[in-house]
Design a protein around this ligand. Structure first.
Ligand code: FES
Ligand SMILES: [Fe+2]
Length: 272
């Protein structure tokens, strides 16, 4: 550790996920301004690889409308990584994280905040505020990682069970009262869906993001798209495609229709 850095604080915790989930999260630069929107408002990737990533990260706090150049780098063959601030506030700081797998679903995390501050008392004070920020960041990361593991486990179970029986349509009850019952969440053998109303009428979408299984049951609807809270991908309520043309997309959503008896139905396009 370079001598000009002072250890400001050490933060330790356990997260209830495997080491694999933690490394996946560490490499996932894209979630910063979405999952951690209280801390970050934007990110621009400069480079990434097995070694880690380097990106310009915009801070969210009003008084800190500032961009930092961050370099996150794994130490080869060790469960250790550094997050170094190369430019911006706190330039020169090095946050050293050591990961220790404990059980299949538990990983110990030790974070050391090495700060470019010579005065020990001042370094301790900055360290204490960083511990508060990191506590929130790791809380948010842990809830995402747990949820992702649950989604992966559920996907494996579905694969073991085989293809579910085809469903043509699902009843949504009286058409007349549909509007007042929204948002409506449907759990079925065909998957879990949410029915919403937009300026263009009723629409339905899957509540599991096709990217990493992010939660869409309460996701924002914006301009005819559902926006995933984990990485901000936007999927069309019309055809399931990603707004920016990326390859990740949803299955074409079911249509919301009214049958001859005044009943609202969710009709699956490939079968309906
Ligand atoms: S899980 Fe990544 S955008 Fe939804
Ligand atoms: Fe994170």
């Amino acid at each position: 550790m370079p001598t000009e850095l002072t250890l400001g604080a050490v933060y330790q915790r356990r997260v209830a996920v495997s080491l694999e989930r933690v490394w996946e999260n560490v490499h996932d630069w894209e979630h910063l301004p979405w999952l951690h929107d209280a801390s970050f408002s934007g990110i621009e990737l400069e480079d990434s690889g097995e070694w880690g990533w380097r990106a310009r990260v915009r801070l969210a706090s009003p008084g800190e409308a500032e961009t930092l150049l961050i370099d996150l780098r794994r130490e080869p063959d060790r469960n250790v990584y550094h997050t170094r601030t190369l430019e911006g506030a706190g330039k020169g700081a090095d946050t050293l994280v050591t990961l220790t797998p404990e059980t299949e679903n538990s990983t110990h995390v030790r974070v050391e905040f090495w700060l470019p501050i010579a005065d020990a008392e001042q370094a301790e004070s900055v360290g204490a505020s960083l511990v508060a920020v990191y506590t929130r960041l790791w809380d948010e990361d842990e809830s995402m990682m747990i949820r992702r593991q649950q989604e992966l486990d559920a996907a494996s179970a579905r694969r073991r069970e085989g293809v579910p029986p085809a469903i043509d349509a699902i009843s949504l009850g009286p058409w007349e009262s549909l509007s007042s019952r929204l948002p409506l969440r449907i759990s079925s053998a065909a998957g879990d869906y949410r029915v919403v109303e937009t300026g263009a009428g009723f629409a339905a979408h899957m509540t599991r993001c096709p990217h990493w299984g992010g939660p869409l049951a309460d996701a924002e609807i914006s301009d005819g798209h559902v926006v995933c809270p984990w990485h901000g991908y936007r999927f069309s309520l019309d055809d399931g495609r990603a707004a920016d043309g990326r390859r990740c997309h949803m299955r074409p959503p079911p249509r919301v229709e009214c049958d001859d008896h005044g009943e609202a139905r969710l009709v699956f396009p490939d079968r309906g």
